[in-house]
Design a protein around this ligand. Structure first.
Ligand SMILES: C[C@H](O)[C@@H](O)CC(=O)C(=O)O
Ligand code: MG
Length: 426
């Protein structure tokens, strides 16, 4: 019955929801030393009673700006029927990203693109609650504008129908790595304890934050490499801290710990810089990973064309939702570069698990050098939190895009009026 309904969107609400994670240094890195994991949280109500939930991730301050941007987009959404949107999803994506006045705020980058992600994530959630999708329908969601020189609609369809590997995911899940042991602000004792716990729970892949102080990095990488042993996997993440030459020399000094990748060594916009770093570090067996702050599919296209990354880190809230991430997954496949999604934030694990499962089942059918990030924070605030078993993401069972928060959480954490914030000086 739900499939037959038009689901007219009659209301969009957006709220500023913040979690005081900085108090415990969760999520801290060399550039973001005190993040309060936060979200602009969108709810779409329809006349049928079906509700869609979406969010985009922020670090606390400034979430109110994203909320304003979502409010500015609301008039393009409210009054539309879900069927009308999804029957020309590419057109709807363009409507949001190419409004002739608002596109000046981007286009397809920055706050306005984060807002687009929040709204479109809610639309995908709504759609996912109603029905299954065919490859052709999915390809029709992608805006190929600016990327047809590397990927056409026909090619995309061809790539999509080839892979079909669902059973293995249902049984074993998708491999994950953890970042939660080694945020930059954690003292060594905490790092050791978390690492011990993680090893006991079956984790074999670990990411460490680096980039603030070389001596600290050497000490922390030594601790973690000793604890995890020679066969487990280590990655390092500098969150854009260095210039190009500095990145090369700093990472060379950490090469003895055999990191698989250095993540975000320099400005996320510096494609040629990443290419130079990739070239310099290749002989050391260290790849470059980036993407969590890569603005759009066009940047990803150029990163791939320039061989500037060896691991594509898509982000469910930075790009224009599933629509734009589909384009990136397909381009990465074409360039034979593995996708390892970013998930360090609130709700990102919940969202991105869908994208990486889709990538495996419908695009890549390949697990070599592939894993999805996991962070162990704030899952209890979601109605359908991720399920991790033996360091693998198990496929979600509930319909939707998994980012509905408990209403009690939203009320308590709403900024600045929720109880969590009312009495806190921030
Ligand atoms: C500020 C965030 O926690 C960031 O450090 C996350 C990140 O870089 C990652 O998970 O990777
Ligand atoms: Mg990172």
């Amino acid at each position: 019955l739900l499939d037959k309904m038009l689901h007219k969107i009659i209301n969009l609400t957006v709220r500023d929801v913040r979690f005081p994670t900085s108090l415990d240094q969760h999520g801290s890195d060399a550039m973001h030393t005190d993040p309060d994991y936060s979200a602009a949280y969108v709810v779409l109500d329809t006349d049928s009673g079906l509700t869609g939930f979406g969010l985009t991730f922020t670090l606390g301050k400034g979430t109110e700006i994203v909320v304003c941007a979502v409010e500015a987009l609301a008039r393009l959404v409210v009054g539309k029927c879900l069927q009308e949107i999804v029957s020309d999803f590419r057109g709807f994506y363009r409507l949001l990203t190419s409004d002739s006045q608002m596109r000046w705020l981007g286009p397809e980058k920055g706050v306005i693109h984060l807002a687009t992600a929040a709204v479109l994530n809610a639309v995908w959630d709504l759609w996912a609650r109603t029905e299954g999708k065919e490859p052709k329908q999915l390809v029709s969601c992608i805006d190929f504008r600016y990327i047809t020189d590397v990927l056409t609609e026909e090619e995309a369809l061809d790539l999509l129908v080839k892979a079909q590997e669902e059973d293995q995911m249902q049984k074993e899940g998708y491999p994950a790595y953890t970042t939660s042991c080694a945020w930059l602000g954690y003292p060594d004792e905490q790092l050791k304890q978390l690492c011990t716990d993680a090893l006991k729970s079956g984790w074999t892949r670990f990411k460490v934050k680096v980039g603030a102080d070389l001596e600290d990095d050497v000490r922390r990488c030594r601790i973690i490499r000793q604890m995890i042993g020679p066969d487990n996997t280590l990655m390092i993440d500098a969150n854009q801290r260095w210039d190009v030459a500095e990145a090369i020399s700093w990472v060379s000094k950490l090469a003895e710990f055999r990191p698989l990748w250095i993540e975000e060594p320099t400005s996320p916009d510096d494609i040629l810089g990443h290419a130079a770093i990739s070239k310099a570090l290749a002989p050391l067996g260290i790849g470059v990973a980036t993407g969590e702050q890569c603005q759009n599919r066009v940047m990803f296209k150029q990163f791939l064309q320039a061989s500037a990354l060896q691991f594509v880190q898509i982000d469910s809230c930075r790009l224009g939702s599933v629509n734009e991430n589909l384009a990136v997954l397909l381009m990465a496949h074409k360039f034979n570069v593995p996708v390892c999604p970013h998930a360090g934030g609130v709700g990102l694990c919940e969202l991105v698990q869908h994208l990486i499962l889709f990538d495996y089942i419908c695009v890549s059918a390949d697990l070599r050098n592939r894993m999805c990030e996991y962070v162990d924070h704030l899952h209890e605030h979601f109605t359908c939190p991720v399920v991790i078993q033996d360091a693998h993401y198990m496929p979600p069972k509930d319909p939707g895009y998994s980012c509905e928060m408990l209403e009690s959480t939203v009320q308590r954490h709403q900024y600045p009026e929720g109880n969590v914030w009312k009495n806190m000086k921030k």
